[in-house]
Design a protein around this ligand. Structure first.
Ligand code: BDR
Ligand code: CA
Length: 340
């Protein structure tokens, strides 16, 4: 099975991504080789504790879980507890994870750094690893310093981040949250793959595949409603599904408070699904850099669709899925996998 590394900041939709990937691992479809935790909407202590707890609830086998970056690369980190709750798990009670895995959780906290786990995983599975990022790119940026050859070692990098094709941001008019909180890190990712792909001689060009950027233009179509929560519980009533449903209630309230309605955009499990179904993704080769200085546009993912910069493509922009039923059908598949 395909080795998969998840770098996340749980986070409510991250929790769904964890549950989905663990289910795929238990079904023998992938090998979840590790989970990196990065500070995101909530602090690193909480993203680590939450990841351990969600992995335990999902019945994950022992696998390395490592603490990555504690904040943004350059500027002070902006936490947003209103989005995912003060501890990042909505109304779910994840007390089982609060000991950071030292006693009760099966997924133990690994002493390596998150960046170290990135590099080790890539080196252990050269040319095979599918890496999924559902939080800020802060830890990945650290890993690229540790191992500049990372783009050549990873088979596929799939990033939930940015917004493309004129679709508005969810943090500023032009920026998506994961990129906005650490634009320097996201831009370091763009630059690393640009360099790797420019340096690759023609023969091996295809060996360094451009990262798949899954932005709000697509992920905002992945909606989880109260009806999904009801169906999840009706199909499978377990401590995991009950905790997910409790977490999601706060996510519904957040989306309601910003005028989206009483539902949730579930970016992260949607992107995890895309990572596992590359043949179902419509994507366009492109060149992307992240605005790190703009007065009104900091955090914007700036795409060069006409090749005016003259660089090789360093990104693929996900624009659609070919699954009949589109993004709603993907959400159904994620739900079914978690319930299985
Ligand atoms: C992203 O920001 C976080 O709040 C979500 O978990 C998702 O990864 C969406 O902009
Ligand atoms: Ca996230």
């Amino acid at each position: 099975p395909t080795p998969v590394l998840l770098d996340c900041d749980p986070g409510i939709d991250d929790a769904l991504a964890i549950a989905y990937l663990v289910a795929q691992h238990l079904a023998g479809r992938i090998e979840l080789v590790g989970v990196v935790c990065t500070a995101g909407n909530v602090g690193l202590d909480d993203t680590v504790a939450n990841a351990l707890a969600w992995l335990d609830l999902a019945g994950a086998p022992p696998l390395p879980v490592c603490a990555g970056a504690a904040g943004a690369s350059v500027v002070p980190h902006v936490f947003t507890p209103e989005t995912h709750g003060p501890r990042g798990a909505g109304y779910a009670d994840l007390t089982v994870g609060k000991d950071h895995g030292t006693t009760t959780t099966r997924a133990r906290l690994d002493p390596r750094s998150g960046a170290g786990l990135w590099v080790d995983s890539a080196r252990e599975h050269p040319g095979e690893l599918v890496a999924v990022v559902t939080g800020p790119s802060s830890t990945l940026a650290q890993a690229l310093v540790l191992e500049p050859g990372l783009p050549g070692l990873v088979s596929e990098l799939v990033v939930m981040g940015g917004t493309f094709r004129g679709h508005p941001g969810n943090t500023t008019p032009t920026s998506e949250w994961n990129v906005d909180v650490d634009p320097e890190a996201a831009d370091a990712v763009c630059l690393a793959w640009e360099r790797a792909r420019s340096a690759a001689p023609d023969a091996s060009f295809s060996q360094v595949s451009a990262p798949l950027w899954c932005g709000l233009n697509l992920t905002e179509q992945a909606l989880w409603t109260p009806a999904h929560s009801e169906r999840l519980l009706a199909t499978s009533d377990t401590p995991l599904t009950r905790a997910l449903v409790d977490a999601l209630r706060l996510y519904f309230e957040f989306h309601d408070s910003v005028g989206e309605g009483y539902l949730a955009q579930v970016h992260d499990p949607f992107v995890a699904w895309l990572a596992l179904h590359p043949h179902r993704v419509v994507a366009e080769q492109s060149h992307v850099r992240v605005e790190c200085r703009g007065e009104h546009t900091r955090g914007m993912t700036v795409e060069d669709r006409r090749g005016q910069r003259g660089h090789v493509p360093n990104a693929r922009i996900a624009t659609a899925v070919t699954l009949p039923g589109g993004p709603p059908a993907v959400v159904d598949e994620v739900l079914a996998a978690i319930a299985s």
